[in-house]
Design a protein. Structure first.
Length: 128
């Protein structure tokens, strides 16, 4: 739950007590009606604990040093895939995580001519 827990709790209690319409609650919290419905259902089933977001990401964060290794590896072997780089570096992340690093540094194409144009129109590239 990204929004302030107390605001959500108070708003959902108003909806449950009939002092606030679901549509108005959705506007107040800037969420959809479906989300309000889910908040109310979870609050009634589990109380305030039901409003907490217990989702967890299924990824491992790539550390700065690993990111540098990925960029260097791609520059050394431009036609290699993200999966190949991940396996070569023995990284404990998915190939998609490696691909995201390559996208971030504009190294996702085999041409490897990363071009970032500045306002003057000249081309420069600084991966970090």
């Amino acid at each position: 739950m990204k929004k302030n827990k107390q605001i959500i709790k108070k708003t959902i209690l108003k909806v449950i007590n009939g002092r606030l319409a679901r549509k108005e609650a959705a506007k107040v919290l800037r969420v959809s009606l479906r989300t309000i419905h889910n908040y109310v259902r979870r609050f009634l089933e589990r109380g305030p604990e039901g409003l907490l977001d217990h989702r967890q990401g299924h990824y491992r964060k790539i550390e700065r040093q690993q990111e540098i290794w990925i960029v260097v590896c791609k520059l050394d072997s431009p036609h290699r895939s993200a999966r190949w780089i991940r396996d070569r570096l023995k990284l404990p992340v998915s190939a998609e995580a490696v691909r995201q690093v390559l996208l971030k540094h504009h190294l996702n194409h085999t041409t490897l001519e990363p071009r970032i144009r500045n306002s003057a129109g000249s081309v420069k590239w600084d991966p970090f």
